[in-house]
Design a protein around this ligand. Structure first.
Ligand SMILES: [Cu+2]
Length: 179
C-alpha cells in the first residue's frame, strides 16, 4: 500500500510526457496549397468553401500555385477584399508558386489583381486562429508552450494521475518489485 503512492506519480509522469508530445505534434505548422486538391489559385475554385475545410494557425503557410501569365496574388485590406480593389495592397506576389506565412492570429485577405478575376470569385479570406484554445490567444505562437499553460498542466496531471490510479490494479502495483 505504501508503494501505490510512489508508483502512480511515475505512471502519471510518463502519461504527461505522452500528452506533451501529442500537444507539440498538434502545434506543428502545416502548409496548405490554396484550392487543392481539386483546384489551385484559379477562377474555378470556390475559396469560401475551401477555407471552411481548414483551420489555420500561426506558423502555418499557404501556397498560391498558378501561371504568372494568367494570375497574380495581392494581399489587401478587408475593404479591398470586399470591393475587389488592390489599390491599397500590402504586398503582391507574381512568381506562380508563392508561399505566404501566416505568422499571427488575425484575418488575411488575398485576391487576384488581374482585371475581373476577383469579381469572378478569385479572392480568399483566411482566418488565422490561436493554436490552443484558452486565454493564451493573444500571444505569439512560439510562446504557446511556455507560461500560461502551467495550471492546465497541473489540471492535466491531476486528471491523469486519477486515471492512472484507476487503470493500475492495486494487485499489480503491489506485486511489482521496486528494488
Ligand atoms: Cu487571376
Amino acid at each position: 500500500m505504501v508503494m501505490t503512492g510512489a508508483l502512480v506519480p511515475v505512471a502519471a509522469m510518463a502519461a504527461v510526457l505522452v500528452v506533451v508530445a501529442a500537444v507539440m505534434e498538434a502545434a506543428a505548422a502545416a502548409t496548405y496549397a490554396v484550392g487543392a486538391p481539386d483546384g489551385l489559385w484559379d477562377m474555378q475554385t470556390d475559396y469560401a468553401q475551401w477555407v471552411k475545410t481548414k483551420t489555420f494557425h500561426p506558423g502555418d503557410k499557404i501556397t498560391f500555385t498558378y501561371s504568372p501569365e494568367l494570375h497574380d496574388v495581392v494581399e489587401v485590406t478587408e475593404a479591398g477584399y470586399c470591393t475587389c480593389s488592390s489599390a491599397n495592397n500590402f504586398s503582391a506576389f507574381r512568381i506562380g508558386n508563392d508561399v505566404v506565412a501566416l505568422a499571427a492570429v488575425g484575418t488575411r485577405y488575398f485576391l487576384c489583381g488581374l482585371t475581373g478575376h476577383c469579381d469572378n470569385g478569385m479572392k480568399i479570406r483566411v482566418d488565422v486562429v490561436a493554436s490552443a484554445p484558452g486565454p493564451a490567444a493573444a500571444g505569439p505562437a512560439s510562446s504557446a508552450a511556455a507560461p500560461p499553460s502551467a495550471n492546465r498542466w497541473a489540471a492535466a496531471s491531476a486528471g491523469i494521475a486519477a486515471a492512472a490510479a484507476l487503470l493500475l490494479p492495486p494487485a499489480a502495483v503491489v506485486a511489482r518489485p521496486l528494488w
